[in-house]
Design a protein around this ligand. Sequence first.
Ligand code: CP
Length: 308
Amino acid sequence: MLKGRNLIEPGDYSLEEMDGLFSVAEKIEDDKNYLRESCRGKLLATLFFEPSTRTRLSFEAAMLRLGGSCLGFAEPGSSSAAKGESLSDTIRTVACYADAIVMRNPKEGAALLASRVSGVPVINAGDGGHHHPTQTLTDLLTIRRLRGELGNLTIGFCGDLKFGRTVHSLAKALSRYPGVKEIFISPPELKVPGYITQGVLEKEMIPYKEAEKLEDVIGDLDVLYMTRVQRERFFNEEDYIRLKDFYVLTKDKMKNAKKEMVILHPLPRVNEIAAEVDDDPRAVYFKQARYGMYIRMALLASILGALC
Ligand code: CP
């Protein structure tokens, strides 16, 4: 259904196309043999110009579980980028070898540029503070699977809402579903940008509010989306140190949360969720990481034309 298509930002796919992916991912979770070997003979290139654990390894696990193979690099210093090769030339070259390219790059717009010169589909695995669409698909699948639907819920985003690209993408993606309310919980320095609140939510008439204290709003939430303060995007270390522990979710703070609320986190976490919360059945961030592999299996099978 998505054969040959790029994925640069979540809005690239219609709601129907995303629903189709979620259904395939759910089928994969329910039947481990579904689509097994469907990508045999296909090759995926994973080009990571920035560190990653989940995105790179879940893409590679997804491809291997579909029967395909992977090549690529996790460290740009080991590629000819270190000799000054342009991104365009790197992509043109890799497209000669692989059937699809997954790329993470610190520069906003890098994935779009790659898709314009690539002879094979490009999947954006994160471009700076811009988009991380497969994380958004992961988040949506997790919510759909564990809450039963993507509409009619109140979601709270907490932490670094300025630099957190996963927040921007998910806030925007959820605005496409009915009955969604969004609450942004951050210190003043890390507020969600106006292009999300005014540019998307106000335009779409999605109710939202901003808060500084998690305790003031936690009882209203169906989903709490925690994020880490993004050290790598700060201009100075002093500000990072001042803000890094602004929010720490503890068992005590969870006392006021709804019984059926779910806690998501794109991970990695640093200190913003205390390890004591991990045993709470509402803490679903490791399940979320697993859903990341299922949705990437569905996406790869779809883009590579392995779905009938
Ligand atoms: N969620 C996420 O993108 O994790 P990684 O940085 O480990 O890939």
